[in-house]
Design a protein around this ligand. Structure first.
Ligand SMILES: [Zn+2]
Ligand SMILES: [Zn+2]
Ligand SMILES: [Zn+2]
Ligand SMILES: [Zn+2]
Length: 242
């Protein structure tokens, strides 16, 4: 979704009503972000002289900006306008390779990799590492993530599915500790190992981010994770031994 930020430069009076009432006048830059955040910057420092973060309502008219959030309000009166425009803005992220369709730089912000020009976006596991290597079919970068083993797949799930790779390796690989049925690889937001007998048996564990490296004294698999060796059951204490 393309969004835009409104920018006004001019001689303004700002009035903030809230925990500390304050009126200021000067030649300032007013920035109104798509999420309702209003910032008023003067000539010095990184900090705005007045601001309201993610206001409930923001109204922009030719000679005023008013923002209201609960019992706080910020109003900016524009006495003389030097410049005004709206510019496209989006979430800035870490550059992670090139879009094969348009050659723009892909950016990663949290669990999403997106192209700013095609507006295509791909979700990746939070712990994924985006690789320098491109998919030989579609040209998108590939990523690496650990779920029991290390998997490297294309960013596009339709091209190559991370879930399918994890499923091929670990579906029905372990037994439910409560009823003995198979644990299935399921996606419920994140990946889970959940009992096949659901809903009769509701046992399930989130899939650890790490390599499967053995068996816990309780019988469940263990995983080598960034925070140490652990049992599939995060509440089990037997796995830290060995
Ligand atoms: Zn693109
Ligand atoms: Zn691909
Ligand atoms: Zn079960
Ligand atoms: Zn255990």
């Amino acid at each position: 979704m393309p969004t835009s930020t409104h920018v006004i430069a001019g001689r303004c009076t700002t009035e903030f009503d809230g925990s500390r009432d304050r009126t200021q006048r000067g030649d300032v830059l007013v920035v109104i972000k798509p999420d309702g955040t209003v910032l008023v910057h003067d000539a010095a420092g990184y900090q705005p002289v007045a601001w309201l973060t993610r206001a409930d309502t923001v109204t922009v008219s030719p000679d005023a900006v008013t923002a209201q959030d609960g019992d706080q309000s910020l109003s900016v009166t524009v006495h003389e306008e030097y410049a005004r425009n709206r510019y496209r803005t989006n979430d800035a992220g870490v550059p992670v390779g090139t879009c094969p369709a348009c050659e723009s730089s892909l950016v990663r912000s949290g669990g999403t990799v997106s192209c700013p020009d095609c507006e295509d976006s791909y979700s990746v596991p939070a712990d994924a590492t985006i690789l320098d290597e491109q998919c030989s079919d579609c040209g998108l970068p590939r990523f690496r993530a650990k779920r029991g083993d290390v998997f490297e797949v294309c960013l596009d799930y339709d091209c190559e599915s991370f879930d399918d790779r994890v499923r091929a390796a670990f579906d029905r690989e372990f037994d439910c500790p409560d009823c003995g049925d198979d644990l299935r690889v399921l996606r419920r937001g994140g990946l889970l190992l959940g009992c096949d007998a659901y809903p009769d048996c509701e046992t399930g564990f989130s899939f650890p981010v790490g390599r499967h490296d053995g068996t816990c004294d309780c019988g469940l698999p263990t995983f080598e994770t960034p925070t140490g060796r652990r049992c599939l059951d995060s509440s089990c204490e037997k796995a830290t031994a060995q």
